[in-house]
Design a protein around this ligand. Structure first.
Ligand code: LFR
Length: 486
């Protein structure tokens, strides 16, 4: 049968990659052609993404992809959600703010004063995260930045604009702005009345496109640079979590997923949003997915707690050998100090080990003594939060969960997988690591006719190409290496 090759640009909060995917009726091969760090930069006015460097690295990756695979048909871009650039004409008005910048707290209050949180949830279905786009925009309105802007593009749409000259808003990522109606399905449209009440001009926002739609060919200057003259940009689930969930090898409908990286996105896929008061109180979100599916999930703080601790140690001139540290952490007898990973104090960059210590002292629990203990405490607290969240999901959505798929970078962390199995009492199926890039590739491949069918058949292909590793729950004692089978 026919098959072909596409490229995925996948930008995470700590690193980016460009991957080549060869897809056919029974084929899914992926490998990376470029990997690069994503290090934010703090300047006098706040914390920013180094977006130009990300773009340059993406172009270099696409050049490598086109050189290796001259038959390359298309490219798709995904990244973390909510963040954006303001534009005036074609010009970007300053480097985009990082969602961990603290300018947004006042934005939450200002927005809720105009539209009460209960009404807002009924309209957009989103959990309240202080960095949701609409709260960031309230800050931009207060600073006057909005008054000089005439356009806004979310990060993947911004890079797509630079590649093609076309301005669009891909729907899955647009759903994280808080400005899209939470009707589910493929019908979600901009909530123009809400924009009006929040003083946000409708003209800031480009028209919506759905994952799978062609956006357009590369600009001639870009094509000359990259070398792929036939290449077109195809919209994918441009919110990385939307692409990741496409790439989860779920074979039955009693599965939950954990997309584990900087964040743990813990949830299920539903045909329609859950907008109940109980759901709002539990701060669960309804994000728009590929093919009109709803991602019903909660953001759990994730491996950021670990990566930011490591960054602190390294900054203090004390480098860390992570595999060794994780092995020491796994060897400690459990259970350990459990803390609430979702405490808002852990959101901003800074000295995480000190903050965890402070949390423990405030709550009169024993702070971790050594680095290995701290790592164990982070990973075990994260696993406990995974379990807590999964129990709530069944209560709120009625969806039974008998299997937990854990994908993304965290699926390589054996301690995290095993402890998640232990705390949930459910089997954890780990992998693939690159679920996000896989989801990006598959949506393009389907648009090109290299793959066909529903998300279910795409996921069956993922399962076949990347059989997950099974972690069975153990009562306690945590035998980490004994029960892994391929
Ligand atoms: C994961 C993610 C989450 C979103 C957070 C901020 O990378 O996209 O889904 O809540 O980053 O954008």
């Amino acid at each position: 049968g026919a098959g072909g090759t596409v490229a995925a640009v996948d930008l995470g909060a700590s690193s980016g990659r460009v991957m080549l995917g060869h897809v056919g009726p029974n084929r899914l091969d992926l490998h990376s052609v470029a990997r690069f760090p994503n290090n934010p930069v703090r300047t006098i006015d706040g914390l920013h993404w180094n977006i130009l460097e990300l773009y340059r690295n993406s172009l270099a990756g696409l050049r490598a992809a086109a050189r290796e695979a001259p038959e390359l048909a298309s490219v798709g871009i995904d990244s973390w959600a909510v963040d954006y650039a303001l534009l005036r004409g074609d010009r970007m008005l300053g480097a985009p703010f990082h969602y961990r910048d603290d300018r947004t707290a006042a934005g939450v209050e200002a927005t809720h004063a105009l539209v009460p949180p209960a009404e807002l949830y009924g309209r957009n279905g989103l959990q309240v995260l202080p960095f949701n786009t609409l709260y960031q925009l309230a800050a931009d309105r207060a600073s006057g930045d909005l008054a000089v802007a005439d356009g806004l593009l979310l990060i993947p749409d911004l890079l797509g604009f630079w590649l093609t000259g076309r301005r669009v808003a891909e729907r899955s990522n647009a759903s994280t702005t808080g400005l899209l109606r939470a009707v589910g399905g493929t019908a979600a449209e901009w909530d123009t009345e809400l924009m009006h009440r929040l003083g946000l001009p409708r003209t800031l926002f480009p028209d919506l496109v759905a994952a799978g739609e062609a956006i357009g060919p590369l600009l001639p200057s870009v094509a000359a640079d990259v070398g792929g003259s036939r290449l077109e940009l195809v919209a994918v689930g441009s919110h990385d979590t939307a692409s990741a969930v496409v790439g989860v090898p779920m074979l039955t409908d009693d599965c939950a997923y954990i997309s584990s990286g900087t964040w743990s996105l813990v949830g299920v896929e539903l045909p329609a949003p859950v907008l109940s008061e109980a759901s709002r109180a539990a701060n669960f979100t309804n994000e728009g997915g590929v093919d009109g599916r709803v991602r019903y999930l909660r953001n759990v703080m994730g491996l950021w707690l670990l990566s930011e601790s490591i960054r602190t140690w390294e900054r203090d001139g004390d480098p860390v050998e992570l595999p060794a540290l994780l092995a020491q952490a796994a060897a400690l007898p459990g259970p350990t100090t459990l803390f609430d990973v979702d405490d808002p104090r852990f959101l901003a960059p800074g000295h995480l080990p000190d903050r965890i210590d402070g949390y423990c002292r405030e709550h009169s629990i024993r702070p971790p003594g050594s680095r290995a203990e701290l790592v164990r405490s982070i990973v075990e607290s994260l696993a406990a939060a995974h379990a807590r969240t999964l129990r709530t999901i069944t209560e709120l959505s009625g969806q039974p969960v008998r299997t937990v798929h854990l994908v993304g970078g965290g699926s390589q962390n054996e301690l995290l997988c095993q402890l998640t199995a232990d705390y949930t009492g459910l089997p954890v199926l780990a992998g693939p690591v690159e679920a996000t890039a896989i989801g990006n590739v598959l949506v393009q491949a389907r648009a090109q006719g290299f793959a066909t069918g529903s998300l279910e058949s795409l996921r069956a292909l993922v399962h076949q190409a990347h059989p997950p590793r099974v972690y069975s729950p153990t009562p306690r004692g945590l035998v980490v290496h004994d029960n892994i089978s391929d």
